[in-house]
Design a protein. Structure first.
Length: 129
């Protein structure tokens, strides 16, 4: 994931015309970075239509306010509903495909949880990504 200065100014009209789903991460906001990286990673098990167009994350005072375009949510949800009507047991199959990754994700999170990330400089945090 790359930090891109000036995106809000550049996309101001897009931001203002769309509706956004908002989540606040205040318990452990750095985990949203792990989730973001996973969402951006190319992976053959992902549906082609399952990617979000834009997310916005704002980090301040140990919180992250996370915004997802409502149109993206509707598009992905509708595609999933259509596919699940065509394929019985779709969810069970997906859960099975991703079980190992889920286990690895939680192991990774537990490792980060044991660290006090406030004690690290930004440059040294890159080794965790």
């Amino acid at each position: 994931m790359k930090i891109k200065p000036g995106l809000i100014k550049k996309d101001k009209k897009f931001i203002q015309k769309n509706q956004w789903y908002h989540q606040r991460f205040d318990g452990c906001p750095q985990f949203i970075l792990v989730i973001s990286e996973a969402e951006l990673k190319k992976e053959s098990r992902k549906f082609v239509w399952g990617s979000f167009g834009r997310h916005w994350g704002f980090f301040k005072d140990n919180t992250c306010d996370w915004y997802i375009d409502q149109q993206d949510i509707k598009r992905i949800t509708n595609n999933f509903i259509v596919l699940s009507k065509q394929k019985g047991g779709l969810s069970k199959g997906l859960i099975k495909k991703w079980q190992t990754d889920e286990k690895n994700f939680y192991q990774y999170c537990y490792g980060i949880d044991r660290l006090n990330l406030k004690n690290y400089q930004i440059a040294s945090l890159k080794k965790f990504i």
